[in-house]
Design a protein around this ligand. Structure first.
Ligand code: RRO
Length: 303
């Protein structure tokens, strides 16, 4: 009932983890693989091991999370060598174009990986802007990636866009290059969350500025899923604001083929996938649907 397909890869459930949450160590990846998630995506990797930003670098309250992890990861070879029992996406987030090319070429030869998710949207690298917000850099970079002629399917993790002109500009670049899927959205860059017990910012790096996730970002996630579903031929992976099965259903209505869970996975652990799979199944049954294709993209609008 919840089966789906992303870029030609079959998933038993359309629900899986967002990159960054419980997916940095091999043990975490194995735990995800043994859960009822439909796939596993790794923490975004860099060329070398990174300790990441100073702690505390994660904070949450009832409506949102904030993180400034700073790309803490074990380096691309670590992720390239892990074998899992379900579709395994490796997320790549090089600190330079050259680093990205090196990682993409290496990971492209790894048959244990089904797809590469290229992260163009990390908001937390001190002194670096998000490539997804710099259309000239993004276009030049994706043209070079295309010239490699990757064997693996390639997806992009995009930042949230808020302006119709930006949706059009990003889509033009995506349509000029061979991109198989888009993951919309990364965290909302550079928010502040206040710890109301102490009147202090929730996290230490960048004096409290970091990427916002959780239920507050759902509307923005849905608009990004919808726009890129309309403007590109890519499969869309929704990410943002998913707390329950209805939230997954809403992403699919907007056009998503699969949906990732970030903040709620962090709060609840891998049993979140059992609960959300069940809840999504219930919503579908109540509507008389037995497959995602019966309602994907079928969002109603006023005449
Ligand atoms: O590691 C992080 O700080 C991080 C990354 Br790479 C990302 O893509 N999104 C995010 O919220 N945090």
């Amino acid at each position: 009932m919840l089966k789906t397909n992303i870029a030609g890869v079959d998933l038993q459930s359309c629900v899986y983890n967002a990159s960054g949450v419980n997916c940095t160590t091999k043990d975490e990846l194995l735990e995800l693989s043994h859960s009822s998630s439909g796939a596993v995506v790794s923490k975004s990797c860099t060329l070398e091991y990174r300790e990441g930003n100073p702690k505390p670098r994660y904070f949450e309250n009832d409506t949102c999370s904030i993180n400034s992890t700073g790309l803490a990861n074990f380096g691309y070879k670590y992720y390239g060598d892990i074998e899992l029992e379900k579709p395994y996406f490796v997320s790549v987030c090089g600190l330079s174009e050259e680093n990205n090319m090196t990682m993409l070429k290496y990971l492209d030869n790894k048959l244990n990986i089904c797809c590469i998710e290229l992260n163009l949207s990390c908001p937390n690298i001190i002194g670096k802007s998000q490539v997804g917000y710099d259309f000239e850099t993004m276009g030049n970079f994706l043209r070079k990636v295309n010239e490699i002629g990757l064997q693996h399917k390639l997806g992009l993790k995009l930042p949230p866009y808020f302006d119709m002109v930006h949706f059009n500009q990003a889509s033009e670049i995506i349509n000029e290059n061979k991109i198989d899927f888009l993951t919309c959205i990364n965290s909302l860059g550079n928010g502040i969350v206040i710890d109301t017990d102490t009147d202090r910012v929730g996290i230490k790096p960048k004096r409290g500025f970091g990427g916002i996730g959780g239920s507050v970002v759902k509307s923005i996630a849905l608009s990004n899923v919808r726009k890129f579903y309309e403007l590109t031929d890519c499969d869309i992976v929704g990410c943002g604001g998913v707390v329950n099965g209805r939230d997954v259903y809403d992403h699919i209505l907007c056009g998503a083929s699969a949906v990732q869970i970030g903040t709620q996975l962090k709060k609840e652990g891998v049993s979140v996938f059992d609960r959300i799979n069940d809840e999504l199944g219930e919503v579908m049954k109540s509507r008389g649907y037995s497959e995602l294709s019966q309602f994907r993209g079928q969002l109603n609008e006023y005449e």
